[in-house]
Design a protein around this ligand. Sequence first.
Ligand code: ZN
Length: 594
Amino acid sequence: MSRVERSDRVRAQVVLRPLGHTGRVRIESGPLAERIADAADTYLDMDPDDVLHGFRTAAGRAAPGAPLTGWSAVTSEPTFGQWVSGLARLGVTAGVTAASERAIELVDGFAETVGPDGDVRMSLYGYEKLICGLVDTFTLAGHEPALALLERTVPWADRTFDRARPTPSAHDFAGGRIGPTSHARTLEWYTLAENLHRAWLAGADERVGEFAREWHYDAYWDRFLTEPQPGRAWPVPTWLHAYSHLNTFASAAAAYEATGEDRYLEIVRNAHTYFTTTQTFATGGYGPSEFTLPEDGALGRSLEWRTDSAEIVCGSWAAFKVSTALLTYTGEARYGDWVEQLVYSGIGAVTPVRPGGRTPYYQDYRLGVATKLPHWDDWPCCSGTYLQCVSELPNFLYYAADDGLAVLLYVPSTVSWEHDGREFGLTLQTSYPRTDDARLTLRGSGHLALRLRVPSWSDGFAAAVNGEPVPAVAKEGDWLVIDRDWRDGDVIDVTIGAGLRVLPVDARHPNRVAFAHGPVVLAQKADWTMPISLPTPWEMVDLDQAFEPGEGVRYTPSGVGTARLPLGDLRPLSEIAERTPYRVYFDLDDPRIV
Ligand SMILES: [Zn+2]
């Protein structure tokens, strides 16, 4: 079967194209590079026979190896597709050839277990992820049989999945009726459209595209067609499953890509505004106890007793997809802010998935004392999205525009790309956020516009080309554009403008705050320390007097604790080890000891 070119089917206007999937971006050093290398080791360490064991057993085939544990004890259905997806991505974004090969090996091994009628023996929850893995193995690992298998399963899914599709509500927050054995069950059905659309865009047959449109979640999406009047709450239902109710907007974004209908883009834009302004903590995480919340101070109140403040790994993944789509289709720099927040303080602040399936899941922001613990079950949902998030990191850094290149994140890295028929390259050197500067060295000569993202929190962003300050005004939340003739070896020095920030959790709790340095949320170690307090309103406090900055990203408060409980300093949440008590939120006006 001949495949149409992907670009032939995209109906949306593409403003910026992320370059990570071209295989020409590399993160060279630093914590993100270490996280990628660690994830490659951990997931390649999994024995494919173990991963496939449950599927082979269910299909009545010889099943060497041993069953996995936890969520994958019966089959690895809950995350199989995401592991495959992450491996296929890692092969391209980090150049790990063994990961591409493993994705193909797993897809081929799985294909042998699929019934002649396309029966994959999965509920919709696992099937949605399987489709993602198959699309990625086709588009990124170039494995044609993955798309052929996908097409073979769609008629089975069409016949099998229940079309009742209950609209989620407070007492059925993920919209699924869970039967004990039925593959018809449709938990999180409103996330299925995304990867079916992606499959169609990648060249799958028309039936796949038609099936994608059947799973649109118009009842919820349409509530986001307009923003509320200033000062009014969003007229949308709450107490819904938070991660999947952001993830569903990745389906709306895919619907936009496939149809070009502006309404979908408007819905995704407004959903982004809704989540970032009413649902998120300072880290970019959201959904205490996995719920979306009303705008009545519930977010701030949750800090008093919930330990499951944010499903941070899956939550990061959904936010990355929605933000990347908005960057692609609007070209607006401000959509990089949530990405950066989560890269440093969401997924970037968790303990990695360990061999054997110990997995980070919830981040804990409780007042008093919080801890980092792995999930109680091995191989949960977040073991799938962890690999996807980490494998996708290189894809967040650089975007190609018709007139040049956009730099979204300041990470030690290299990129090469073609512009106007000429080859260009860029090397970015930085120790940010430990220091506040970055140096970009250009390879290639010619005219192009270089866009540098000015974070919305930046104070004093500046750039210089070969030592000459760039006169353009840097507006926060926008691009600084340097449009000029470039010569091979030109050097751009950037000052990013990160500093200490105080971030109230919500409007009802103006003194319940987290501290951050740029996108890096800070934590105080809570083993024998006093919580930090400040006079209120804290806006009147001179932060330069209240905190002494130290080496790296450290702030020492100048107040007093008690003899037994001194004030501990603030450091990146990412530097807090598992099981070490810490605090990220403080009641500034209530410095209580017990
Ligand atoms: Zn999860």
